[in-house]
Design a protein around this ligand. Structure first.
Ligand code: ADP
Ligand code: MG
Length: 238
């Protein structure tokens, strides 16, 4: 559970094409990184997978089934937003529990799931705090916790670390990698940061102006970039 495929996916806004026929195959359990310069379509592609945008044409498949008519809440994926998307007036506990409460889960189930997520993310001692009483890294962990309790088929991260300082970014990268090792759940991680892509990915998808420039492991892209764009972007001379 957790494979994601795109078939000839196109997306236009007001007649302007921003995703130009993307084919992709992300396997269950894979850590895939979408990387490319600002404006190349990374967020749009992620939102198409999440169901937050509708494709103009083509298909998104989750576990082999087309989800064209399936809304975001029913796709079984969890989008992880930047930490500032937390509810400021709610405790950490209630931020993490929010989606479960909305889904009508029983109180004891909610408590168990929140406790488990908090333990995984080293947040057990912070459950009664408000987001403003947390460090940037702790806030980011709460944002991830909100996704974990939903036990999604895949996690979708859109530049989750971009508002953290450099050393914290490195630490959180490692933590997200460890989380992936623990959960073994499919993750798609969007970044414009080549180092993040190279250090985190099983599979890198390089995007250029709404098209896939190349897909490969970090080593493949580094050693055998298929053109000047990828070579320049990944930083290896061709
Ligand atoms: P990235 O995340 O790689 O920076 P985006 O996916 O946000 O890129 O944007 C890709 C292109 O699509 C940009 O030119 C952007 O202006 C355009 N775009 C994104 N969302 C919308 C929208 N809702 N309406 C119109 N244009 C959009
Ligand atoms: Mg973006």
């Amino acid at each position: 559970m957790g494979s994601i495929q795109l078939k000839s996916v196109r997306k236009a806004f007001g007649g302007v094409s921003v995703i130009n026929g993307v084919d992709l195959d992300i396997k269950n359990g894979e850590f895939a990184v979408f990387v490319g310069p600002s404006g190349c379509g990374k967020s749009t592609l992620l939102r198409l997978i999440a169901g937050l945008e509708d494709v103009t044409s083509g298909e998104v498949l989750i576990d082999g089934k087309a989800v064209t008519d399936v809304g975001p809440a029913q796709r079984g994926l969890a989008m992880v937003f930047q930490s500032y998307a937390l509810y400021p007036h709610m405790s950490v506990r209630n931020n993490i529990a929010f989606a479960l409460k909305m889904a009508g889960e029983k109180t004891d189930v909610i408590e168990r799931k929140v406790a488990k997520a908090a333990a995984t993310l080293n947040l057990t001692d912070y459950l009664d705090r408000k987001p403003r009483q947390l460090s940037g890294g702790q806030r980011q962990r709460v944002a991830i916790g909100r996704a974990i309790v939903r036990e999604p088929k895949a996690f979708l991260f859109d530049e989750p670390l971009s508002n953290l300082d450099a050393s914290l970014r490195v630490q959180m990268r490692v933590e997200i990698g460890e989380l992936h090792n623990d959960l073994k759940t499919t993750m798609i991680y969007v970044t414009h940061d080549q180092v993040e892509a190279m250090t985190m990915a099983d599979k890198i998808v390089v995007l250029d102006k709404g098209s896939v420039a190349q897909v490969g492991t970090p080593l493949e892209l580094y050693n055998r970039p298929n053109g000047l764009f990828v070579a320049g972007f990944i930083g290896s001379p061709k």
